[in-house]
Design a protein around this ligand. Structure first.
Ligand SMILES: [Zn+2]
Ligand SMILES: [Zn+2]
Length: 313
């Protein structure tokens, strides 16, 4: 067996004596248990339809969709990875740490996420108050109508309400005008610490991945290379293991940039669409481009049935 190239969603293209086998990975997406628009079952069915063979559900600070997603993945003959995306406050940035292969019953993880979620209701009220000051009134109720799980109310639900009520043309423009850091409806919030989030993930047997590193900004200013290196050094020293190199919101130049950072800091590389729903996401599931050559995939030593099958071949 000669591995010719390793690419992502992740496609691990391996030439075997009997032909070419392609394995597709999507290790970052959201269901109605956080701010996605599809139920876990609908999401998994969509991924299966679009050729994903191994997927992780990574709802924000929430684990309750995993059982339904797993049951559906089994029906579709897919590998399912238990995941989560934890909100972290790091200096003036809000970061997202994806946990892959976590144990959703690990008590410190369950308790930690409960604590992280508990601030969302109060933050939503403050966001509504701030938006009212710039003339956008009565949005709280509208935003709650877009939640399936009211405990998980977040900016995306406000955005969907503002689009539906005709006040903005799409979710992205709501974020740009009102909800991004520095905009009138942005309310700072204290999420988990970086070391706690990584401890919860690793303590449960999981792998900590720094999600979409190209997206961390304060206002319009993106994180420069000096701060990125400080973050990555701290991430590694806390036990972080992987960097999300290919994600829906990165440009091709950023795939190369973060593949270089991964090499520099000895991190594995992950990939995922960060799909939230049809017509609302940068990328659909099963539609990610290749990971740059030289990346060590985060799944390289996972013992998943199709990989085992390949190894045996
Ligand atoms: Zn995220
Ligand atoms: Zn996400």
């Amino acid at each position: 067996m000669i591995p010719l190239s390793i690419n992502c969603v992740g496609r691990l293209l391996v030439i075997l004596a009997r032909g070419i086998k392609v394995l597709d990975y999507d290790l970052h997406c959201h269901s109605t248990y956080s701010d996605g628009t599809l139920t876990p079952a609908e999401l998994v069915a969509r991924a299966a339809e679009r050729g994903v063979k191994t997927m992780a559900l990574t709802d924000h600070d929430e684990l309750d969709g995993l059982a339904e997603a797993y049951a559906t993945a089994v029906q579709h003959g897919m590998n399912f990875i238990n995941g989560v995306e934890i909100s972290v406050s790091w200096h003036k940035y809000t970061l997202h740490i994806v946990g892959l292969k976590i144990d959703p019953s690990y008590p410190p993880l369950v308790a930690g996420l409960r604590q992280v979620r508990s601030g969302r209701g109060a933050r939503a009220q403050k966001m509504a108050d701030e938006l009212a000051k710039v003339g956008i009134r009565g949005v709280l109720e509208g935003a709650y109508r877009f939640t399936t799980n009211p405990n998980m109310i977040g900016r995306t639900h406000f955005a969907r309400h503002l689009v539906e009520s005709g006040q903005c043309k799409d979710v992205k423009s709501v974020f740009n005008r009102y909800l991004a850091q520095g905009k009138p409806g942005y309310v700072p919030h204290q999420w988990a610490t970086l070391s706690d989030a990584i401890d919860w993930i690793k303590g449960s047997g999981g792998i900590a991945v720094l999600a979409h590193p190209g997206r961390y900004m304060v206002g319009r200013k993106s994180m420069g290379s000096k701060t990125m290196r400080e973050l990555l050094a701290e991430f590694v020293s806390c036990g972080g293991q992987a960097l999300e190199v290919v994600t829906g919101s990165h440009t091709p130049a950023q795939y190369a940039e973060f593949a270089r950072y991964a090499g520099e800091f000895g991190l594995s590389c992950s990939c995922g669409s960060d799909f939230h729903g049809p017509n609302e996401s940068y990328r659909d599931m099963g539609r990610l481009p290749d990971m740059p050559t030289g990346c060590r995939p985060v799944w390289a030593d996972w013992e998943l049935p199709p990989l085992a099958e390949l190894k045996a071949a």
